[in-house]
Ligand binder design. Structure first.
Ligand SMILES: CC(C)=CCNc1ncnc2c1ncn2[C@@H]1O[C@H](COP(=O)(O)O)[C@@H](O)[C@H]1O
Length: 353
């Protein structure tokens, strides 16, 4: 590893936008495929390699394949523990995992046992003494409509109260071209009222202005992507003003947006717009397995594309701590960790990009 790459690996990082089943690495995928040879799934069907791009629709097809491979409690436990260990090895000190609870009649997996298993994995990793704190966001897949959204919020609330603070919020995700946020509003309002934090995928594709405007009234605690919010991308100043006024952090995933072709190339990524505004931006991976990346690479990519010094990168990773959903006490502990690590990480004899 060259010294520059080492800087990004040693940089303490916060990952706030990681879909569990999109984060499954090649190594774990191999284990899953070996468990289920009858499915005839090849690794190439579950990831988008270097230089490759896919349409958004094709990307969502990949998740269907992965879901076939991950359909038992045993699979979920393995996938979640592997993903947490990999993030820890990548220098991530705080991780918010998100996942959509699924019921699988064949294997008697229930939404309840799905969430329990993810929590078990988090606990198992904690017992291993890994240097990473993990929290869980229960995801609503927007395609499933009002009733399922409400049921998901109820489950999330139960687990928030019973999990000793492991479940901290709700993610709204899924194919942005399917469904409409107005049908999910009551569930999201309920979530907010019971103390769950909200991270919502907003304006991931163009022409969602009305939905975005509506959901911004909640307001959410963080925004996933927000690619088409600003006027240069067909959004409006009104939307930007709402986001800025409430200082709602954006979770930005460069590789995902370029490989999924919602952004033409790295230099046109909306990171530039929001970063220049001085708005809180958090670099994230989205689906590190599907998009063959990790958080160190994403930081390095952002720095190379937008000409950020190591000091600026450090500040970016440090400011991400302010955007986490975990309790204040943990936030303070993480801030101390950053302060402690700063001299060691920034004093590395690094070559400039
Ligand atoms: C297609 C593409 C460019 C993906 C990146 N952007 C995304 N946008 C919206 N929802 C997503 C995205 N990536 C993953 N998800 C959600 O996360 C799920 C996979 O993780 P899980 O099963 O919830 O554990 C997908 O089925 C989908 O509901």
């Amino acid at each position: 590893m060259d010294e520059n790459a080492r800087f990004y690996r040693e940089l303490p990082k916060v990952e706030l936008h990681a879909h569990l089943n999109g984060s499954v690495s090649f190594v774990t995928m191999e284990k899953l495929i070996n468990r289920k040879p009858h499915l005839n799934i090849e690794k190439s069907m579950t990831a988008i390699g270097k230089g490759q791009r896919r349409t958004l629709d094709e990307c969502f097809e990949v998740f269907k394949v992965i879901h076939k491979l991950v359909n038992t409690e045993e699979d979920i436990l393995m996938v979640a523990t592997d993903v947490i260990r990999e993030f820890a090895a990548d220098g991530v000190k705080y991780l918010e995992l998100r996942s959509t609870p699924r019921e699988e009649k064949d294997t008697r997996l229930t939404k309840q046992s799905y969430i329990e298993t993810v929590i078990r994995a988090i606990q198992q990793c904690k017992n291993e003494g890994l240097d990473i704190d993990v929290r869980f966001l229960v995801a609503i897949d927007r395609r499933n409509g009002t009733e399922v959204a409400m049921e998901t919020v109820k489950l999330a609330e139960e687990f928030m109260l019973s999990s000793g603070g492991q479940v901290v919020g709700i993610d709204l995700s899924g194919d942005p071209k399917v469904g409409h946020g107005k049908y999910l509003l009551p569930a999201l309002e309920k979530a907010k009222n019971c103390g769950l934090k909200l991270s919502l995928h907003l304006s991931e594709v163009p022409s969602q202005l009305e939905e975005t405007d509506l959901l911004l009234n909640l307001p959410p605690d963080r925004i996933g992507h927000g690619t088409f919010l600003h006027p240069e991308m067909g959004g409006t100043q009104h939307l930007v003003d709402k986001v800025v006024k409430n200082r709602i952090p954006l979770e930005l995933c460069l590789t995902s947006n370029v490989k999924g072709q919602t952004v033409q190339n790295y230099s046109q990524h909306h990171f530039r717009y929001w970063y220049q505004l001085g708005h809180p931006c958090v670099i994230c991976t989205d689906d590190k397995g599907v998009f063959c990346t990790d958080l160190s690479q994403e930081y390095q990519l952002a720095a190379a594309t937008f000409n950020l010094s190591h000091e600026a990168v450090w500040k970016l990773s440090q400011q991400a701590v302010d955007c986490i959903f975990a309790e204040e006490a943990l936030k303070e502990q993480l801030k101390e960790k950053w302060t402690k690590l700063q001299p060691q990480v920034l004093n590395l004899p690094v070559q400039q990009i």
